[in-house]
Design a protein around this ligand. Structure first.
Ligand code: SAH
Ligand code: MG
Length: 202
């Protein structure tokens, strides 16, 4: 009998073999604990890759529904296969598109941003209209493989330096945003949790 444990192990192995940057165990533990603690029912994910984080979120809470967007066709197709294997088609909706060109009308309790790191402000600004009052926006890779904490001079690649700068801009953007309370956790590769303040709240 093939069980969920075996299937998830296979997904993780595929990620390693094909260099797909899925969330690490510490990050997944944080995310799933967060979902249970805050009784999250609907999630919008930007950056499905092969469906791993969406699957892990779905498995932690039996009534959770996820809509997730991926622009890479190979990864999207692998995500479709993985969601089917775990029989989660009813709860995970996969969208094959560039998130920045995707119009979503639904509202969510949690928006998980885990796509192109230089575009975080754009994703945030585009999808915050889809967040319920009191909802959360969680952003992964705030340390960008530890590089955000490094001295910029130590980073050889100009391209990587550019991404690191964009993440720093995003951190400033979150801290200055009065509509949200943001905390960055030293967990996994750095996880930002931005809680939307309720209207008229204190
Ligand atoms: N959340 C996944 C990992 C996502 S990796 C997990 O932890 O299992 C980031 C993914 O975002 C990549 O597959 C990349 O193709 C996708 N991506 C990057 N920019 C995007 C965009 N603008 N729209 C949709 N997907 C995007
Ligand atoms: Mg990530």
């Amino acid at each position: 009998m093939v069980n969920n444990y075996t299937l998830i192990k296979e997904i993780k192995e595929y990620a390693i073999d094909n260099k797909v940057p899925i969330m690490n165990q510490e990050g997944i533990d944080f995310l799933t604990t967060f979902i249970i603690k805050h009784q999250i029912k609907k999630v919008l994910e930007i950056g499905s890759a092969i469906g791993y984080s969406a699957i892990m979120m779905s498995l932690c809470s039996p009534s959770l529904k996820i809509t997730t967007i991926e622009r890479d066709e190979t990864r999207y197709l692998e995500a479709v296969r993985n969601v089917k294997k775990l029989k989660l088609e009813d709860r995970i909706t996969l969208i094959f598109n560039d998130a920045l060109r995707t119009k979503i009308d639904d509202k969510f309790d949690l928006i998980f941003i885990d796509a192109a790191k230089a575009q975080n402000i754009k994703f945030f600004e585009l999808f915050e209209k889809n967040l319920n009052d009191g909802g959360f926006i969680i952003t992964d890779n705030m340390y960008f493989h530890g590089l955000v904490k490094k001295n910029e001079k130590e980073i050889k690649s100009r391209n990587v330096r550019g991404i690191v700068r964009k993440i720093k801009d995003y951190i400033a953007f979150l801290k200055e945003n009065d509509n949200y309370n943001t905390t960055i956790y030293d967990i996994g590769d750095g996880i930002a949790v931005s809680e939307k303040k309720t209207r008229g709240g204190v």
